[in-house]
Design a protein around this ligand. Sequence first.
Ligand SMILES: [Zn+2]
Length: 291
Amino acid sequence: MLFKYLIRYLLYPILLIITFGFSYHSLNNADRSLAYDIGTHALTMVSLLMLIEMLIPLRGTWKATRSNFWRRDLPFIIIGSIGIKTADYIIAFIDKAIDFIQITTLAHLPFLLGVILAILITDFITYWIHRACHEEKGRIGRFLWRIHMPHHMPKQVNIVMQTNAHPINLFIGRTTFFLPLFFLGFSPEVIFTVAIITNLQALVSHFNVDIRVGWLNYILIGTELHRYHHSAKSSEAKNFGIVTSIWDQLFGTFYYNPGEIPESLGLEDTDLYPKETNIIGLMIYPFTRNK
Ligand SMILES: [Zn+2]
């Protein structure tokens, strides 16, 4: 069907154009509020992607369901927003103090160079934290897995389950994204653009629609690569980056099977953990004794 074919190859370039257009418009608007615009961009993308997911889902069994939404996804969205809001207050507080402690300033880099460098830095940090969450090395590693594990419990990937994770996981993700950029003195324009690009990548990564980007998979992490990160087979569950696949390729955790999709998603050993709808159990789980 023509619509499916057009979406497969054209949707991602269109999303990129919307994102860059959004960035250009916000940065050239005198009355802008960049924090507010980050939220508007995310909401626009979520609405558009959810609509397309409803029309042409890649796998019917990966679709968001009413039962999962009320019992699992919505509680995670509510609790997750507490983690994100707390992070934002702390980031704003530290940002005020940072003027005095910035170790260097990259604010005067050409815009595009600043964006590329900022993506490489934030994704390098995210890559190692995310990888540590999965490797479960030592007490810290086991704790990190327990706060990240709820994100891997669903046997589906779709836009709605994207924020399913312990709020501490979301808090760490948010603070380790923004604070290094502030410390290094990147300009607000660069930080804003990197934030909306990262939002876009995080969203399309869980998109239950057949979109393909070909050779771009060797630069960016998106739908085709991150879907494998959720594979139930540990040999496929690689690709720890959020925006770029460069660090995965460099550190030997890149997995790409062009044109294919994982057979099954989620965790195999679910008996070890509280049920995915047992939200209170999952919140407490990181603080219980290791078995
Ligand atoms: Zn993960």
